[in-house]
Design a protein around this ligand. Structure first.
Ligand SMILES: [Zn+2]
Ligand SMILES: [Zn+2]
Length: 100
């Protein structure tokens, strides 16, 4: 590949999206981490830090009401995004794409 017009290029290693920018290029953050890998819907930010598992267990929250057994819930402490469409919990961090 020959770069003729001073464009830096990078590919997201997760979703394969290609980014280009004029040099010198800053790394870009691919937003595919917000996309549900199951159904493709945009996921909702999920912050387990505000839900302590001990209190969570005893409360009627919108999340808890979707789970009959909280101990079997799919979210973990590193869960970042939640898909309301298919109940998927993602711990995929943002992917930074280096353009070169
Ligand atoms: Zn991506
Ligand atoms: Zn989904």
């Amino acid at each position: 590949m020959t770069v003729k017009i001073g464009l830096a290029m990078g590919r997201c290693e997760r979703c394969g999206r290609v980014y280009t920018a004029p040099r010198p290029a800053q790394p870009v953050t691919c937003d595919c981490y917000k996309e549900c890998p199951i159904c493709g819907a945009e996921m909702t930010p999920f912050n387990p830090g505000v839900i302590d598992p001990e209190t969570y267990r005893g409360q009627e929250t919108p999340l808890a009401s979707t789970k009959t057994d909280v101990q079997d819930a799919d979210w973990r402490l590193d869960t970042l995004y939640y898909c309301a469409t298919c109940d998927y919990y993602s711990s995929q961090p943002p992917v930074e794409v280096t353009l070169e």
